[in-house]
Design a protein. Sequence first.
Length: 136
Amino acid sequence: MQKTFMLKGRCIVEGKAEGYALVTKDCISFMGTVSPKTGQIIERKHEIEGEYLKDRILVFPQSKGSTGGSYMLYDVVKNGVGPKAIINRAAESVVTIGAIVSDLPMVDQIDINQIKTGDYLKVDATAGTVEVTREE
């Protein structure tokens, strides 16, 4: 049985994407947390260490780290191993700039506690909405 519900947030970068969620409560630095060649989470002791971003909707509270993270996010996307979209609780400049230059749909002001890894998400960043479908 499936359960579907809608979350409303704020558009950061316009666009649409859909795919399976990869959720963490840990902050992410694209410079040090993610391998730009493989899209794998490489930060030791990170909640989703070992997971891959490719074709996933990445859900996390906010980024951490330096401005170089914007370019690393761009590299991950350019290399074809990045996420399809980003959902944050609170967007900040590093990930926002990376999403803009990568043309990566992004929304924030979403209650990320309502999304679980493996949920199927339809992100309409332009409208600021996330449709969540969960198998129960």
